[in-house]
Design a protein around this ligand. Structure first.
Ligand code: NAD
Length: 272
């Protein structure tokens, strides 16, 4: 198996994935703009680099069979803060993948569709309804994957991650939670599947309260094994007092800097 490049290695998910994937015998090239804070897993190397530096990304990707792209701004920030790492950086990742013939796994987000209402069950081909510049950058990333597959045959698996934390911390996460174990199995399946093409997967555990329906998981042979339901008694009562936050799938990202008049209980334009 060719080496695998993991961006965002020093972040929460990178630090969970690096040892788990190294334990499977993968040769990992880890990179981040910040130092890697843990002992290096066996068979892994670490190089500090900025995603905005295309030459460094191209060098890091040389000879790699897959790029796990978890680096960049991972929360709601201003447009100028998001643009360089998440837009320019993504372009550098895809150009490197094209040169190497590598498959890209893109850590996309539910915030690319956050303004869908919670009552809807969405399939993966639903309309993008980003709830922030961050969510917009994830929609851009998924469309970048569409372009590079259609035009250059670069395979890519877009993981529309819900909430990937050690455990759910509020009622919304009973719908959106993804366990670290399910994430590791998802990444493994997405890298090792014989063919992927361009696919989009709802990256959440087997949550009965999920907002999400059909996707391309059968193509890579992944099914989640954990469930947020185990935590219902612990967190099911934890809701906010903000009507906008509670109404939309993206939660607090939808209400941040919201400047419309508070919507009525039923939005007549919900299906626009
Ligand atoms: N954790 C979740 O629940 C969740 C949900 C949806 C999507 N995601 C996505 O998954 C990925 C990982 O999430 P996370 O929770 O580990 O986030 P994180 O913020 O902990 O990790 C992101 C890493 O990217 C690095 N980074 C930022 N700017 C960079 C730059 N210019 N060059 C190189 N590296 C840079 C940061 O230093 C950080 O270590 C992110 O892309 C995030 O958007 C995560």
């Amino acid at each position: 198996m060719k080496p695998v490049l993991l961006t965002g290695a020093s972040g929460n998910l990178g630090r969970a994935l690096a040892p788990a994937l190294a334990a499977q015998g993968w040769a990992l090239r880890l990179t981040d703009i910040l130092p890697f804070p843990d002992p290096l897993p066996p068979g892994a190397s670490f190089t500090r680099a900025d995603l905005a530096d295309g030459l460094s990304i191209a060098r890091l990707a040389e000879g790699c069979g897959a790029i796990l792209h978890f680096g960049g701004i991972s929360v709601d920030k201003s447009y100028p803060e998001v643009a360089r790492p998440n837009l320019d950086g993504l372009y550098h990742i895809y150009e490197a993948a094209r040169r190497e013939g590598a498959r890209v796994l893109f850590a996309s987000s539910n915030h690319s569709i956050g303004f869908h209402e919670r009552g809807e069950t969405l399939d993966a081909d639903c309309a993008f309804r980003p709830d922030s510049y961050y969510g917009l950058s994830k929609a851009f990333g998924e469309l970048m994957g569409r372009l590079y597959w259609d035009k250059h045959g670069v395979e890519n698996v877009n993981l529309r991650i819900g909430s990937c934390f050690p455990k759910p911390i509020n009622a919304r996460m009973l719908s959106t939670w993804l366990s670290y174990g399910d994430l590791t199995r998802l990444v493994t399946a997405a890298v090792t599947a014989p063919r992927a093409g361009h696919c989009v997967i709802w990256a959440c555990s087997a949550n009965p309260a999920s907002f999400w329906g059909r996707d391309h998981r059968d193509r890579i042979g992944w099914a989640p094994q954990d469930t947020a339901e185990t935590f219902r008694a612990e967190v099911g009562h934890i809701v906010s007092t903000d009507a906008v936050e509670e109404r939309y799938q993206g939660g607090g990202y939808t209400s941040a800097e919201y400047s419309r008049a508070t919507p009525s209980p039923r939005d007549p334009f919900a299906l626009d």
